[in-house]
Design a protein around this ligand. Structure first.
Ligand code: AMP
Length: 517
């Protein structure tokens, strides 16, 4: 039998070790969870799912929902998790694009789909439900199902999952991840971050995204550790259950929100061996603030849906090992290089360019989009990440933005991150997003969208906010004229996607006409 992904996830399936724990619910052991997995696998097979078929899941985060993922691995089906925030229309696109065999969703959506004339969805797609409270047609079927003991034999290049990219830079594309992409990345992370059966992870991430699903759950299952599965991120809930955990994985907003709460301090975190951050850029300032407050250094890492994890700051906590503002070093097995976007030549050490990667973790391409796949790989097989960055003298990677973010104004390149970092230094600025907007003269005009702290928002009618005055004066001291924003917009908050990433495309759309009368 060969099944690289399931074999890894089921390493501890026969043990009595605790897998799910927490202050509210009874512990669930590996053996129990894998019985649920075997029932879920049996339901899927009863529904006609074969190895290679796509099974989509769009439900509230729950242990049973995770069991569906592991059940797919067991029967060799391709798991396709979907964000619950997608509208029915958006969801239909994914179901149709991937040719889904079984779609497991909420009973509410199941009812709509079973009655509505759903266009574009492959017939005969089966729709079932799994609700957060344990009800639904899939749950009912599971309680009646036998356990399926056989494990499908699949090869390492067969697909384990399709994840649609979050679409911050255009139409969603289905990233095809093979059994080996997922298994190899899991093994590397377990080792690099030193996970063992003694660990307990506080899990507050969604499980429809690579971070919460593969980085977090795969690592825990493969190492025989336990986790506290919280429905979503909530400061009070995290503080209540942190004493039981010794590790936590988060996005930067988790940490900035925790730092706002004075209860989060050296005492509440002293037993923690690891906090990791990723999925969106973390300010060096957050890293420093975290260290000042807790005495601990967050380990920042970088990766993406298409590749899994690519780089990580070292596990070593000695001074200088985890560098604030950087995403660390390429993980074992990953080759990472920085190329000039125009010439496709290596850039000089320390210069900014396009990050390109290769390794066993890099995906097989975009589902049904062979041309797009070809475009995004170099002729020698490196994936063009779309992220711009540079390497320091020690080989640490710093991300400066996405190539879409790059602004070209009057023929000069402006990296938004450079401008944002300076704006964020100004008193009264909470955060900022710098974007390029169409401009007849310059091509693109550098534009700053600001979020101002409450106590600095006052300005009289027709009077420029004093905080904008301060930003302008600071930037004119620090930046070449072509990099200075031509206009400023103040918003209450920046639009963000579910992973906390600022959606610059939405800002670009909203202010598209700012310079065009
Ligand atoms: P996703 O596929 O949704 O995980 O998004 C991947 C993108 O998130 C990457 O291409 C980066 O632009 C960004 N990203 C992930 N981790 C980091 C990080 N530590 N710092 C900066 N950007 C990051």
């Amino acid at each position: 039998m060969s099944n690289p992904l399931y074999s890894l996830l089921a390493t501890h399936a026969e043990t009595d070790a605790v897998l799910f724990t927490g202050t509210h619910d009874a512990d669930i052991r590996y053996k129990q969870f894998f019985t649920t997995v075997a029932r879920a696998a049996s339901v899927l097979v009863d529904q006609g799912v074969n190895a290679g078929d796509r099974v989509a899941l769009q439900t509230t985060k729950s242990i049973d929902a995770l069991a569906v993922y592991v059940a797919c691995a067991k029967i060799g089906a391709v798991f396709l998790p979907l964000n619950t925030a997608y509208t029915l229309r958006e969801t239909e696109f994914f179901l149709q694009d991937a040719g889904v065999s079984v779609f497991i969703t909420s009973s509410e959506r199941e009812a709509v789909l079973l009655t509505a004339d759903v266009k574009n969805v492959q017939d005969p797609m089966k729709v079932m439900s799994l609700d957060g409270d344990g009800s639904g047609s899939f749950s009912d079927a599971m309680t009646q199902a036998d356990t399926l003991d056989t494990v499908a034999s699949v090869s390492s290049s067969d697909l384990g999952a399709i994840l649609y990219t979050s679409g911050t830079t255009g139409r969603s594309k289905g990233a095809m991840l093979s059994q080996d992409n997922l298994a190899s990345n899991t093994r590397v992370l377990v080792d690099y971050w030193q996970f063992t059966a003694d660990d307990c992870l506080l899990h507050a991430l969604p499980i429809y995204h690579t971070h919460g699903l593969f980085v977090a759950c795969n690592v825990i299952l493969a190492s025989g550790a336990s986790m506290i599965f919280q429905p979503s991120f909530n400061v009070d809930a995290v503080l209540a259950e942190l004493p039981q955990a010794n590790t936590m994985m988060g996005v930067p907003t988790f940490y900035t929100r925790l730092l706002v709460d004075e209860r989060f301090d050296a005492d509440t975190t002293k037993h923690m061996r690891l906090f990791t951050s990723g999925s969106a850029p973390m300010l060096a300032e957050t890293h420093t603030q975290f260290e000042e407050r807790t005495g601990l250094r967050i380990l920042e890492r970088y990766g993406m849906t298409e590749t899994g994890m690519l780089t990580s700051n070292p596990y070593l906590t000695s001074a200088g090992a985890r560098k604030p503002g950087t995403v660390g070093l390429p993980l074992p097995g990953v080759s990472l290089r920085i190329k000039d976007e125009e010439t496709a030549q290596d850039v000089a050490q320390g210069s900014i360019g396009m990050i390109e990667v290769t390794g066993p973790n890099v995906f097989k391409g975009y589902w049904n989009l062979p041309e797009k796949t070809t475009e995004e790989f170099t002729s020698d097989g490196f994936f063009i990440t779309g992220d711009l960055g540079f390497l320091d003298d020690d080989g640490y990677v710093t991300i400066v933005g996405r190539n879409k973010d790059l602004i070209i104004s009057g023929g000069f390149n402006v990296y938004p991150k450079e401008v944002e970092l300076l704006i964020d230094e100004v008193v009264g600025i909470k955060e900022s997003a710098v974007i390029g907007l169409p401009h007849t003269d310059f091509g693109e005009a550098v534009t700053a969208v600001l979020v101002v702290e409450a106590e600095h928002t006052d300005s009289g009618e027709g009077v420029e906010s004093p905080v904008i005055g301060r930003v302008k004066s600071h930037l004119s001291d620090e930046l070449a004229k072509f990099k200075q924003p031509k206009q400023y917009v103040i918003l209450d908050e920046l639009p963000r996607n579910a992973m906390g990433k600022v959606q610059k495309n939405r800002l670009r759309e909203q202010y598209d006409h700012l310079y065009r009368g």
